[in-house]
Design a protein around this ligand. Structure first.
Ligand code: GLP
Length: 241
């Protein structure tokens, strides 16, 4: 694991974006692992600025999102399909046909999740996976107790995660109770992983993920098993290291 501590959240986004840009510049048809949430927003803004400046072309790259809510309409503004389209695909000029999000509305969830992992493998695997981390240590929606070998599957959201994500919904009761998420095993298959975290609210999760034991109780700690994991944090998120 490489740990990079930077002064500000904007620095975190800029440096993480430079790692992703390097992968795409070397391999224009790279497979990107895409995350939602507030943490990666500065990465996407920084990448979009590079695209606008003509320094980066992401049009040949493909993408696989980490997760999606179950039972939310596809066109709901907070479905991860909508968020990825709005925050990533459009500003970066990715080809929407090359970007997939798990199908939280599938009739056969089991088949849909299995097929999602197969599609990632068929694309040659994720070249670089972007990750945030939840205050409870979750990555994707792999809540504490998730198996380190887990694959893409349906999960129940922890009450604390539903509370944290209530800010995106008009009514807290509207936050879905279930989600589909790439498993920890799926995430660990990525060739490189970049996790970003900002703010004191993530300090405990970062300390547990980086310096704690590898444990299902802190899913982020699974990244200690990855050969090319880079953790980029601001000083507040690094304050308990
Ligand atoms: C969300 C997402 C995760 C994200 C995490 C932290 O619910 N499913 O991919 O990393 O929780 O969110 P944020 O970046 O908004 O703090």
């Amino acid at each position: 694991m490489e740990i990079i501590i930077l002064p500000t959240p904007a620095d975190v986004g800029r440096v993480a974006a430079s790692l992703i840009a390097r992968v795409v510049n070397e391999k224009p048809a790279a497979v990107l692992g895409l995350a939602t949430g507030s943490s990666p927003q500065d990465i996407y803004r920084s990448l979009a600025a590079r695209v606008e400046a003509g320094e980066l072309d992401v049009s040949q790259a493909s993408g696989f999102a980490l997760d999606e809510y179950v039972g939310i309409p596809l066109d709901h503004p907070e479905s991860y399909a909508s968020v990825i389209a709005r925050d990533v695909v459009e500003p970066l000029g990715m080809d929407p046909a090359k970007v997939r999000v798990p199908d939280g509305r599938a009739d056969d969830i089991e088949a849909a999740t299995r097929e999602y992992d197969e599609a990632i493998a068929a694309a040659g695997g994720v070249d670089i996976q972007i990750l945030g981390i939840g205050a409870n240590g979750h990555i994707g929606f792999n809540e504490p107790t998730s198996s380190i070998a887990s694959r893409t599957r349906i999960k129940t959201l922890a009450p604390s995660t539903r509370e944290a994500n209530a800010r995106f919904f008009d009514d807290p009761a509207d936050v879905p109770t279930h989600c589909l998420t790439q498993g920890l095993g799926t995430i660990l298959d990525a060739k490189a992983v970049v996790l970003v975290a900002q703010g004191a609210g993530k300090a405990d999760a970062i300390a547990a993920a980086v310096e704690g034991p590898v444990s299902a109780m802190c899913p982020g700690s699974a990244l200690q098993l990855h050969r090319h994991a880079t953790i980029i944090v601001d000083e507040a998120a690094a304050s308990k290291l």
